[in-house]
Design a protein around this ligand. Sequence first.
Ligand code: ADP
Length: 387
Amino acid sequence: MTKTTQSKNQSGQIKQLQFGHRAEVDALFKSIGDGAISTDEFGRITGVNLTAQQILGYSEGELLGTWFPKSIIAVTADDQPINLMDRPITKAYLTGKPVAKNIYYRRKDGYKIPLAVNVSPIILHDKPVGAIEVFRDITLQQEVDRMKSEFISLASHQLRTPLSAVKTYTHMLYEGYMGDLNSAQKKALMTIIGSADRMNELISTLLNVTRIESGSVEVTPKLLRIDKIAEEVIKELSLAADKKSIKLIFTVCGKASSTIRTDSLIVKEIIANIVSNAIKYTPDGGKVELIINLRKNNIVVDVTDTGWGIPKYSQDQIFSKFFRAQNIVQRETIGTGLGLYLVKGLLEALGGKIWFVSDEQSGTKFSFSLPRKQKLPILIKAPAPIS
Ligand code: ADP
């Protein structure tokens, strides 16, 4: 065989291989169960699978080659167009990282449809050369969420009244207003009081969630000392920590002032939620440390534990409503999966942020920041499922 024939054969084989590979990728793309759209590096649509066509009401021919942000209009829940820089596809392309977001797209017939969108940039030789966007219709999920919230609100209000009667009369019995009690009777009453308190806390959480979602909780800003609030929380939770022989440490770092203008009840609720989670999800004999970092422009609170950690595959869901990680569900049955959802909503209302690092070997560190300068008072806005 001559050299030329050999190289011709080789390039034919490579072309065949490339063609075979391309056909495989195409088949894979088309068979994705969710809607999928691929774009080139300029944002022009290069592929639309059947589910995407069904969800958006456009045919493949109408979309191929067009500029994605122009052909498919993205809007917010209150129908405001989302600007180009805030679109998941732009963010994924600019950062080179996958982006997940809930968003509304306008269908061809003008109808607004809620979608959970995941965009992954396609990287070749360290450069993004396009992106693939996969999306799922979450209309039903949203409706179920709305119904759940409505039910929770109604049920919580109805539970409050009988529960307060249970608490009042149990306390009266315990204090001996209805005759002397022996120690076994008193112990039984303490158990009832403990359970009633837990139920009360649960009802408060549920009511807070529904208040946040309906935007009906007002933030009342006052000058407060964050170290004092943290101290109160530590005191209240020290019994729970002692029961598990968990060392509860509290430290204040930094030279800036510990006085901040914000809502004390909300801040207390946030710290209590994070610290009680740390105690709950740390095995006996562990350590939980609360550190307040006083900085010039903000205050950062860190809560570190030596607990069971959050599995990597669950980390992006941790602030979702009702979410509990699998490693925890197996160990600790009591919990609603509402605490962190609530904490995130409350922090957003105070202009703060929350983040965490965690692994299943060493434990978890939750941190949140509160800005020193913010426009308050503000109404807590729903941490909208769609933005
Ligand atoms: P709940 O504690 O009622 O389950 P949360 O919303 O407070 O609800 O927390 C949601 C989930 O986040 C928990 O179920 C648990 O899986 C995980 N989590 C929160 N804090 C921690 C922590 N400190 N360590 C490990 N997992 C945690």
